[in-house]
Write a protein that binds this ligand. Structure first.
Ligand SMILES: O=P(O)(O)OC[C@H]1O[C@H](O)[C@H](O)[C@@H](O)[C@@H]1O
Length: 261
């Protein structure tokens, strides 16, 4: 069996979305033949290492974890196809993927769970709907979840990102110090690794491919991580080119910050 295999949603007009079943990682989203996502030229598709780019699915833990790999196991697990791509009456194309606990996941995290990941490819939108189910009648669990989206951009230094004004953020480049964002728009001119809490429901990123704007709308995903490794950290990432950092920005919507019950 191939190390990785893919499912393609094809809406016509060279508008497609490609999902690698390894991690249910979205590895391409083309709108009128224009790629919207960044995937590193050094990305490895060996079915072992998380794919460097696209949209890795982070669950049940964001960041380092005592019990398993960084960012959890969902991005390195083999997902199932619940529903092959199907054209809806609207002309949009839908596919559904799922992941359940098995020996691999229980070796790190002993809970039963079921994730469903529904993608709808629209004319100029990609829509995601995620369900987390706990089939157990005895055990409850808490989890973190995030879509680690790598947007393709011509030059990250020219991007502006809205939706963080006034939000508290954990700055992972400053040993986790907490600050408040005072800027209306966030710009990136250095190594950036920030977990913004309670961000707005909408972010706009300017100057993505073809100088366009990208809108992110999110529901029940209160946090947003902004990441760019810049030149110094890029060198330390084996599956990321030293000169690729200007061409990507990760704007990652999820539920990852510790919060009071
Ligand atoms: O190298 P990875 O495990 O894919 O993580 C890549 C990056 O993901 C997130 O954005 C984290 O905030 C970063 O600290 C991390 O470096």
């Amino acid at each position: 069996m191939a190390a990785t295999s893919v499912v393609v949603l094809d809406r016509g007009n060279n508008t497609t979305c490609t999902v690698n079943l390894f991690g249910a990682t979205v590895v391409s989203w083309r709108v009128n033949n224009q790629e919207q996502l960044f995937v590193s030229k050094q990305a490895v598709f060996d079915g072992k290492r998380a794919i460097r780019g696209g949209i890795p699915f982070v669950f049940p833990q964001f960041g380092q974890w005592a019990f398993g790999p960084q960012h959890g196991f969902a991005r390195v697990a083999r997902w199932h196809v619940e529903k092959l791509p199907e054209r809806l009456a609207s002309g949009d194309v839908e596919a559904i993927f799922s992941l359940m606990d098995d020996d691999f996941t229980r070796s790190m995290w002993h809970f039963q769970f079921r994730l469903t990941y529904r993608l709808i490819l629209r004319e100029k939108e990609l829509h995601f709907n995620i369900g987390v189910y706990n089939p157990s009648k005895e055990l409850t669990f808490s989890c973190q979840l995030l879509l680690h989206t790598y947007f393709k951009v011509p030059d990250v230094r020219r991007c502006q990102i809205t939706g963080m004004h006034g939000c508290m953020f954990i700055d992972k480049t400053r040993e986790g110090a907490v600050y408040q964002e005072t800027r209306e728009v966030v710009t990136i001119n250095e190594w950036t690794d920030r977990i913004y809490q309670n961000t707005m429901q909408e972010h706009i990123i300017t100057n993505v491919v073809s100088g366009r704007k990208m809108r992110i709308q999110k529901y029940n995903f209160p946090d947003t991580v902004i990441w760019n490794p810049w030149s110094e950290f890029a060198k330390e990432i084996g599956d990321f080119g030293d000169d690729e950092f200007p061409n990507m920005v990760c704007v990652e919507a999820g539920r990852v910050a510790a919060r009071r019950p």
